[in-house]
Design a protein around this ligand. Structure first.
Ligand SMILES: [Zn+2]
Length: 568
């Protein structure tokens, strides 16, 4: 586990900034940097000790598990870990902060960092907004933490260390500056935190919605580090500021080997080059993504989930708003369309076109989807049919599920009890002008509503109803209705294709394959008319040369002309 994390993290943290990133736990003897400042980190991760007779300040705690190495380095230099009063954090990644909790415990020091850094140190949990999340390992939560302000000076006896927020690599990244003197010369010391634009796979540095300012932050931070008074720079990854090359000259030059007034500018230039590389790669990626084809979306449409309480099933409704909807405050008649997969886009287009070019009143279109998880055939057989067929046997098209029929009455209740309130409460719908639109089985559903609760809709547009279904069960239901009712408050537009007649050479019956759907429809309409229901008006149109598959747009067009007003 440790090894895997080390390898992954070494790639993420070190290798990207500097070839030959060292092992985070590589042994390294502690050594003086300048005056009262010492390097106490490992061979791969920096930690700096600033000493004074009033106590010491330690910057960073190395990776989780390196705290013993660091404590031992402090002791070998002749200092006491217990004299460390403050532990400052560069940034809240586990390779720099993982050892802080243990070092805090050993020393009793106060842990200081920026607010985002301290939040992570205190919880031990990585920040989800971090560019390198989720590659970040959890840390032992640190006790006795306090956040500092940007520019705050941490004082301890003669020591004064200034916090410079340099976010971008993380939100909490902080660089620290102070002065150290020896032999009468005073140097501006800089602990330069990571300025690398590194992201976890699958994340974008420049387009991270959780940290949208990452790019702006790092650009500002690079400029800030570039402008620091900088004589001796130690970067949080030591090799990133050439510490080992400088160290190799320490034997001959003394601590002057670490003095390089150009150090911060070089460090910034390196970070800027890496940022440019990251941004170029991300821009190329984005350009590639932009070339990929996208789905076509219908303007002014919405999709809403709706649970059918009585059926205990989930459906969706698709809503198309008329063109003038957003710029007006009026209410619109509503078309409720079954078989929405086909019916919704067709009805939306035809209704809009008739409004725009034929002066017909605009309407809201509501598409009724099939049940979630069901095939179209399975869902419509069950939801749109009024009964279980007595003679004909059907095969289920859904593996492991028995074919179902005959739930139209309950489904009609779902429309009235669940869909109507949803539409009425979310849209400026004129619920006194609801138009049902169905075709084939969808029209069977319409007829079931007409013969059980006709007032559900004010108007019904019914194309090619499957009146042959269950040996003509709807004819029986109409007779039953007639025995009990004298009124039927609705208007019905029947439409059918002229070719939906009996196939040549067949004898007419009320079976699907021997049906004369045109004749059936004329008979049904005649039966309704013969009963002279109060409040009922029907009309029937046969569209010559159209068949069951082609006739719907015409039925719809003529039905809408019948029930929508001429607006101009
Ligand atoms: Zn880092």
């Amino acid at each position: 586990m440790k090894k895997t994390i080390f390898l992954a993290a070494a790639i993420a943290f070190g290798a990207s900034m500097n070839a030959g990133a060292a092992n985070w736990f590589a042994p390294q003897d502690p050594f003086p940097l300048y005056g009262n400042s010492y390097y106490v980190g490992t061979g791969g991760i920096s930690a700096v000790l600033i000493t004074s007779p009033a106590g010491h300040i330690l910057i960073d705690g190395g990776p989780t598990g390196a705290s013993d190495q660091i404590a031992e380095h402090v002791r070998r230099l002749g200092f006491k870990v217990e004299d460390i009063r403050y532990i400052l954090n560069g940034h809240e990644h586990f390779d720099h902060a993982g050892g802080i909790a243990a070092l805090q415990k050993l020393s009793g020091a106060t842990v200081l960092g920026s607010a985002p850094s301290v939040a992570v140190l205190r919880s031990g949990l990585a920040d989800k907004r971090d560019p390198q999340y989720p590659n970040l390992e959890a840390m032992t939560p640190a006790a006795n933490t306090r956040s500092v302000r940007n520019g705050e000076v941490v004082k301890l006896g003669p020591l004064a260390v200034t916090a410079h927020f340099t976010p971008g690599h993380t939100m909490g990244a902080t660089s620290w500056t102070w002065q150290s003197s020896e032999g009468g010369r005073t140097m501006n010391m800089v602990y330069g935190d990571s300025l690398t634009a590194v992201v976890a796979d699958g994340r974008s540095f420049s387009r991270n919605p959780l940290y949208p300012n990452a790019r702006a932050d790092i650009e500002r931070s690079i400029a800030a580090v570039e402008a620091l008074d900088c004589d001796v720079l130690v970067s949080s990854h030591p090799e990133a500021s050439g510490l080992w090359e400088k160290k190799s000259k320490q034997a001959t030059l003394g601590n002057a080997a670490f003095v390089d007034p150009e150090g911060c500018r070089k460090y910034a230039a390196k970070a800027r080059a890496m940022l440019a590389k990251t941004l170029a790669a991300e821009a190329a990626e984005a350009a590639k993504a932009a070339e990929a084809p996208s789905a076509y979306l219908l303007d002014d449409t919405e999709v809403r989930d709706v649970h059918a309480r009585a059926l205990n099933r989930d459906y969706q409704v698709f809503i198309a708003l008329p063109e003038s909807y957003r710029s007006s405050d009026r209410r619109y008649p509503v078309l409720f369309v079954t078989d929405a997969a086909y019916g919704f886009p067709v009805t939306r287009s035809i209704a809009q076109r008739l409004a725009k070019h034929a002066g017909l009143e605009e309407a809201i279109v509501v598409g009724l989807s099939y049940a979630k998880g069901d095939s179209a055939v399975f869902s419509r057989r069950r939801d749109y049919t009024p009964s279980v067929p007595r003679t004909q046997a059907y095969v289920s098209d859904m593996p492991g599920r028995a074919v179902a029929f005959g739930e139209a009455e309950t489904y009609g209740g779902f429309i009235a009890d669940d869909v109507f309130p949803l539409i009425a409460s979310h849209y400026r719908a004129d619920m006194r002008r609801k138009i049902f639109v169905g075709h084939s089985y969808g029209s069977l559903l319409g007829l079931q509503l007409l013969l059980s609760r006709p007032e559900t809709f004010e108007h019904y547009i019914l194309g090619s109803p499957s009146l042959w279904f269950d040996r003509g069960v709807m004819f029986d239901r109409e007779k039953t209705y007639a025995k009990r009712h004298e009124d039927m408050p609705a208007s019905v537009f029947f439409g059918i294709g002229g070719r939906e007649t009996l196939a040549a050479g067949k004898t007419r019956s009320r079976k699907e394959e021997d049906a004369d759907m045109v004749a059936d429809l004329r008979e049904f309409d005649a039966a309704l008319k013969a009963h002279r229901y109060r409040g009922l008006a029907t009309q029937l149109e046969v569209f010559a040369d159209e068949d069951h598959a082609s006739v719907f747009p015409l039925v719809l067009t003529h039905g809408l002309r019948a029930y929508l007003k001429q607006a101009r």
